[in-house]
Ligand binder design. Structure first.
Ligand code: ATP
Ligand code: MG
Length: 265
């Protein structure tokens, strides 16, 4: 484990029956970066994310987070590790039977280390952080828009002040405006909280707007990991298709335009 890596994956091999998903993958996530994981449907992105969370065990290989091997750790060690990261799941982002307040309070209550007064303050701070007004705290998830649910789920992921967060398709299902403002929120929080972010996304605008580096999963391995410019230059057919379709070209042109403006000012 080198000091600059928050996650290190070595020789990751995942197999369901005869079907091989990951064929000996090595991957590092550096402290402080936003790393995006992309790949075709079924390429093993969600599975790899679950392996980084210690929810799934690979057939072979090692996943180390904060210098600790997840699959060699006992339940207590794993629980401690889990308190050091936050996760925004794609589906079921909030518990539907709990209010907004109770959803965010849940990880704090599970810690059994803070009193209700303190929890109240922390919940309110987190709501403000994600741009949700305090009056929504008593609402139930069914009363909220998709964009609000994502924000509140993010507040819950941040409840324990993690250094690392995992986002699975953070902007899926949001309309373009809500998606853009959620991307802006992630970017601001990443900067203000010194977060490391590992994100799975299909959405090119999100990918382009947020990623420091991109890792592309295809043919059971990481075809390339690098900056967007490095990845886009890769000739693999999947990558060409992914970035050079109509939407991909537009997203990349938008980035180039912003960079040009930035370099002029
Ligand atoms: N528990 C399991 N048992 C059998 N096969 C599985 C299991 N989990 C995943 N798979 C298979 O492994 C492959 C990778 O699945 P995974 O969900 O990681 O893909 P993905 O890259 O997230 O795809 P998508 O973009 O569609 O979400 C798929 O072919 C899937 O069917
Ligand atoms: Mg998936």
């Amino acid at each position: 484990m080198t000091a600059q890596n928050i996650i290190e994956i070595r020789g990751l091999w995942t197999q369901f029956g005869d079907f091989v998903v990951h064929r000996g993958i090595d991957l590092d996530v550096r402290y402080g970066e936003i790393l995006s994981l992309v790949g075709g449907s079924g390429s093993g992105k969600t599975t790899m994310l679950r392996q980084m969370l210690g929810l799934e065990r690979p057939a072979r290989g090692e996943v180390r987070v904060f210098g600790t091997s997840l699959h060699g750790s006992d339940a207590t060690a794993l629980r401690h590790l889990r308190n050091r990261w936050g996760v925004l799941f794609q589906e079921g982002a909030l518990f539907s039977a709990l209010s907004v307040y109770d959803n965010i309070a849940l990880p704090l209550r599970e810690l059994r280390a803070v009193g209700e007064d303190m929890i109240r303050d922390l919940v309110m701070v987190k709501l403000e952080m994600v741009g949700i007004e305090p009056r929504h705290a008593t609402k139930m998830p069914a009363e909220l828009s998709g964009g609000m649910i994502k924000r509140i789920a993010l507040a819950r992921a941040l409840a324990l002040e993690p250094e690392l967060i995992f986002l699975d398709e953070p902007t899926a299902g949001l309309d373009p405006d809500r998606s853009e403002s959620f991307v802006t929120l992630i970017r601001e929080l990443h900067r203000e909280l010194n977060l490391t972010v590992v994100m799975v996304t299909h959405d090119l605008d999100t990918l382009v707007a947020l990623s420091d580096r991109v890792a592309v999963l295809c043919d059971q391995r990481v075809e390339i990991i690098g900056t967007l410019d490095e990845v886009v230059a890769n000739p693999h057919p999947f990558i060409r298709n992914f970035f050079m379709g109509e939407r991909g070209r537009r997203a990349l042109e938008a980035v180039k335009a912003v960079r040009d403006i930035m370099s002029m000012t």
